[in-house]
Design a protein around this ligand. Sequence first.
Ligand code: HEC
Ligand code: HEC
Length: 382
Amino acid sequence: MFLRSNSSTISNSSLYTSPPIIRNTLLSVSMALLLTACGGSDDSNNSSNDGNTNVPNPPTTPDTPEIDTNWQPAGGSATIAANGSQPFLQIMPNLPSSALGGVSPGRELFITEWTPANEGRVLFDGVGPLLNANACTQCHSAEGRKPIYAANGQLSDAILFRLGNKQGLPHAYYGEQMQHQSIATSIHPEGSMRYAAMPSQNDKPAGIQFSFTPTDPNQPLGNTAISGRISPQLVGMGLLDLIPEANIIAAADPDDNNQDGISGRVHWVQDGKQQRIGRFGWKGINSSLRTQNANAMSQDMGLTTSVFMDPNCTVNQPICWTAANGGSPEVSDSSLDAVTDFMTALAVPERRIDDLSDFNKGAQLFAQVGCAGCHTQAKNRQ
Ligand code: HEC
Ligand code: HEC
């Protein structure tokens, strides 16, 4: 309870745009990884970096950044031992018992395989009509990221594909995400994705190519782009929810005022009537942990909540709307809040440092070449 009310208050004014590695490392509040890699002489060097604002110029004479190698736990008091082959989905150590209310039922809801409506599991039913997977843990596991590539060009369920045109608008038929499964034969999955390894050609490097086959050939993607998203391991989610909006805005530096050659921009998202900073997901599409979870329930699993009341069917998918539902909404507020408590309580696994001097050297280089300009260290929580 304590955790949830804390996080939802703060998420009202919170934002986040950085990627996971930033987020993993930014939790270390006691470490000062200084961005002093570019000294005076390097500034002139950087300013001649015409137009290439995203890539910092490496300093010609590498300075040695001052880093404090007295490493503190990556997630402060939320850090936990790595626990062998299952370092993730562990609960913060020493949580006050008043904070534990929803964590245990939330964990249950997170690992259960949800069933379609009317199969007798009132708390855990209503998945679909369209879905990518029927359990959160099919994509987010304690071991880490799930394999994506399967045999014969097939993909596992743990990669999903988001849809949008240049304006960021969803596809009229498929919506904002492609669901490759459905609960009934009368409701067709939207299509399937495959991959193929491509050899290098002319000036194109070798790579992986994805292709989409729609179930209904009359529903082409048209000018909608399709974008694959690997399921991330979930680390310190509650801490990220607590980072004050102002800290992220301050770090963005869109006009590169500090002239380190690195600039970012905040991703604002519409949240009800408010504009908030998107901080969850690879591209910061959800502004709070609770909304992120509700969105996962809706788009990945076809579960309705008070946040997203409609099934994940578009207006152009009339048969999809005829499926039975598992309640209105299918996931009660107390279940959504319990899952959010569980996510909020997720610990940060400790760093695994095999060779400290190597590690220190890496940390130094990380700061020196400018990685830490985006993947910043401390982001104080409220
Ligand atoms: C089909 C696979 C899949 C399922 C099922 C799934 N997720 Fe996710 N999850 C993802 C992917 C992929 C992302 C990254 C999304 C993006 O970038 O837009 C993500 C992102 C997240 C994040 C944000 C992580 C971050 O670092 O920003 C949270 C929290 C999360 N999911 C919670 C859940 C919960 C809770 C459930 C179950 C209700 C769930 N997910 C079910 C694939 C899945
Ligand atoms: C201009 C900002 C910026 C700089 C500079 C930068 N990164 Fe990143 N990095 C990002 C963003 C944004 C992402 C997430 C991108 C995505 O959607 O995959 C990312 C993702 C990553 C990931 C993947 C994280 C994961 O969980 O899979 C790694 C690893 C990484 N960066 C390492 C580095 C290293 C090493 C450097 C320095 C050589 C560096 N980055 C410099 C912005 C930056």
